[in-house]
Ligand binder design. Structure first.
Ligand code: NIG
Ligand code: FE
Length: 413
């Protein structure tokens, strides 16, 4: 078959295809990196990748040939944990944060998530779409081609539906693919403050309504001190599973509650944050094949400790890396900054980081058969970085190294 498009003269092609692990690799470094490579695309899919020379049978007079001048090419970034759709912003909390007022105290006093809930409830669908489209444009510039988007700033059936319908509109309108997650269990809304159990019943009623409309593939919950306990989380997630949702848990973010253990118990696809994960929790992730989705820019922004990622990798846990983009704990769209934090603060190697933001990001969304690596038949979502070596992307930090972004085989940035 002839290619429509071939990128050639690629200095390093990080295909992210998993290869057999050698003794000098961690379980996160076993991805294929090809020097002097080409990448061939047919329609919206990868046709072939390999070391040059380009096989003659891929090319005819209609093939567009793009010389990338020895630059680095990788799969598009999969940002598998964001709170994309909301209204307003929370810079008013900055002075409190600087003074050291804890995140959960701000929430207890009606700020934090609850202040974004007030703003989001007032916003129209069009306003939410417009704001999120701008956010997605910025994410795309930084190389992101798939984004998971959680609800959780509506906290009533009608308002959660509004947020989830926005996800579905965004998926149609924007080049980035959106994976939708219902997170009605993000906080207890103010009107249920004195009867939180009634809100849990409400969430359980929302589950089939949302599923019926096919508006969410995953269900997530904020399992945290003063938010949803382990028992409450178990109750909601068990119901969600019965309704056909795949599961995620915001686990052990601030307090070591046992969220990671619960993730293993209920068969969650991923456990998120894990800054305060226990050794038992790490064991549970490993034994139950749960992806550890780490969100280091949140630690960076809150001035908190980081998830013990080296320990998780040593134990053989599969790690994904995401932004946690949200208006409170992590207002940034810059996945490259997240990757650079993984390098400088978490001591992850470039190969580990690329696997975390590509193949394992796809795994955290159960999309590993269609995205996350550059292999024949997968989506032609990839990035050209404006550098000829991998280390430079982490060395020169705080800036955007992405030169071109291809989505479904077409250049979009
Ligand atoms: O993942 N932890 C809960 N949810 C978000 C924060 C949301 C917010 O502060 O608005 C998080 O950090
Ligand atoms: Fe989050």
């Amino acid at each position: 078959m002839k290619a429509d498009l071939i990128l050639y003269n690629i200095g390093s092609l990080v295909t992210s295809r998993e290869i057999e692990k050698t003794s000098d690799m961690t379980n996160m470094e076993n991805i294929e990196i090809i020097e002097n490579a080409y990448l061939a695309v047919k329609d919206d899919k990868i046709l072939q990748v390999g070391k040059e020379p380009i096989p003659k049978d891929l090319v005819d007079s209609n093939t567009a040939m793009v010389d990338v001048h020895k630059k680095v090419v990788t799969p598009g970034i999969v940002d598998s944990h964001t709170h994309l759709v909301f209204y307003g912003s929370r810079e008013n909390e900055l002075p409190l944060k600087i003074k050291g007022v804890p995140y959960l105290e701000i929430l207890r006093n009606g700020g934090g998530i609850l202040s974004t809930v007030r703003a989001t409830r007032k916003a129209t669908k069009d306003e939410l779409i417009k704001k999120a489209m701008d956010t997605l444009d910025r994410m795309l510039c930084f190389g992101v081609t798939t984004v998971e988007s959680k609800s959780g700033y509506g906290l009533s059936l009608e308002q959660e539906l509004k947020q989830l319908e926005v996800n579905s509109e965004l998926n149609k309108k924007h080049p980035i693919d959106i994976v939708s997650t219902f997170m009605g269990a993000h906080a207890v809304p103010e009107e249920y403050r004195d009867r939180p159990h009634d809100y849990i019943d409400e969430i359980i009623k929302m589950l089939p309504e949302i599923k019926k409309r096919n508006l969410a593939e995953f269900c997530d919950i904020f399992c945290e001190d003063e938010v949803f306990s382990v028992d409450e989380s178990r109750k909601i997630l068990t119901e969600a599973k019965k309704e056909g949702y795949k599961l995620k848990i915001h686990a052990d973010e601030i307090v070591s509650l046992g969220g990671a253990e619960l993730a293993g118990e209920v068969g969650a696809v991923s456990a998120e944050h894990l800054m305060a994960v226990s050794d038992e929790g790490i064991k549970s992730l490993k034994e139950n094949n749960v992806i550890a989705n780490i969100l280091p820019a949140t630690s960076f922004n809150l001035g908190k400790n980081y998830a013990p990622v080296r320990k998780m990798i040593d134990e053989g846990v599969n790690v994904a890396i995401s932004s946690d983009y949200n208006p409170g704990s992590c207002p940034t769209e810059n996945m490259q900054l997240v990757m650079q934090i993984c390098s400088s603060q978490l001591k992850m190697t470039p190969a580990e980081i690329f696997k975390g933001v590509t193949l394992n990001g796809a795994r955290a969304l159960t999309r590993e058969n269609t995205i996350g690596s550059l292999e024949k038949g997968k989506k032609a979502d990839f990035i050209v970085y404006d550098t000829d070596n991998l280390n430079y992307i982490f060395y020169n930090f705080g800036i955007n190294h992405v030169k071109d972004v291809y989505k479904d085989g077409k250049i979009v940035v």
